[in-house]
Design a protein around this ligand. Structure first.
Ligand code: C5P
Length: 223
């Protein structure tokens, strides 16, 4: 049984990939499974929080007792997260938001030709950074996947996006991150201080993440 230590708090969690359609039947996406975000949502709900889960397309069951908002594109996720965050105290961005979308998606499926084609991409809004610009008293948490210089890059991201901390993971470790059930995390703060966690299940990562988030929230509210 869980202590209801998040009772009275509203959380928004984003999860999964986004899909950026090039035409009605083709899209750009990534292999995010959504498992990390769903674990955070389920753990938070079990500890008494009111949870809105904004999810891209994933193959996971709808969690009981959680408000689920399904989206596809980064623009849809941006709108849904910003709206849900209005009355949230904690926002956890685990989603693997596509960095770019088609500048002008085709409204009809194009016939294939023999020659090369090119696609013009335009940047998507950074949802976490948008929340960081109007932070209010909210606790903002991001994830980052890096192949090198992880701590420095994650600390710069936390600064730039005005996040309280970022959970850094690497795409290369067996059984962790994309699609796996475990995760190997380094918690990185904007000032560059960091903490290495052991390899844990995503549910255990979620529990630690929420412990940290609650601590930051209590520091904010007593400051
Ligand atoms: O900059 P990068 O994509 O590595 O940052 C990762 C963090 O920022 C994640 O928490 C991710 O959910 C969030 N993000 C976002 N909007 C984007 C891109 C990333 O909120 N367009």
């Amino acid at each position: 049984a869980h202590a209801p230590d998040l009772k009275g708090l509203s959380l928004v969690v984003s999860a999964g990939p986004t899909r950026e359609y090039l035409d009605p039947v083709r899209f750009i996406s990534n292999p995010s499974s959504g498992k990390m975000g769903y674990a955070v949502a389920i753990e938070a709900q079990a500890r008494g929080a009111a949870v809105t889960l904004v999810s891209g397309p994933v193959n996971l069951p709808n969690p009981a007792g959680i408000k689920l908002v399904k989206v596809e594109s980064a623009l849809e996720m941006h709108a849904a997260v910003l709206e849900a965050a209005q009355d949230a105290q904690i926002v956890v961005m685990t989603a693997a938001v596509a960095d770019y979308r088609a500048a002008t998606p085709k409204t009809e499926k194009e016939a294939k030709t023999a020659g090369e084609v090119s696609v013009h991409l335009t940047p998507n809004p950074d949802i976490l950074a948008a929340l960081g610009r109007e932070k209010g008293g909210r606790v903002l948490i991001g994830f980052a996947m890096e192949t090198h210089a992880g701590v420095e890059r994650a600390a710069l991201k936390a600064q730039r996006k005005n996040a309280d901390f970022i959970l850094l993971n690497y795409p290369t470790q067996q059984g962790t991150s994309f699609g796996g059930d475990d995760n190997q995390i380094t918690l990185v703060r904007p000032n560059g201080s960091f903490e290495e966690w052991p390899r844990l299940s995503k549910r255990e990562v979620a529990a630690r993440l929420l412990n940290e988030a609650l601590q930051v929230y209590m520091q904010h509210s007593t400051a």
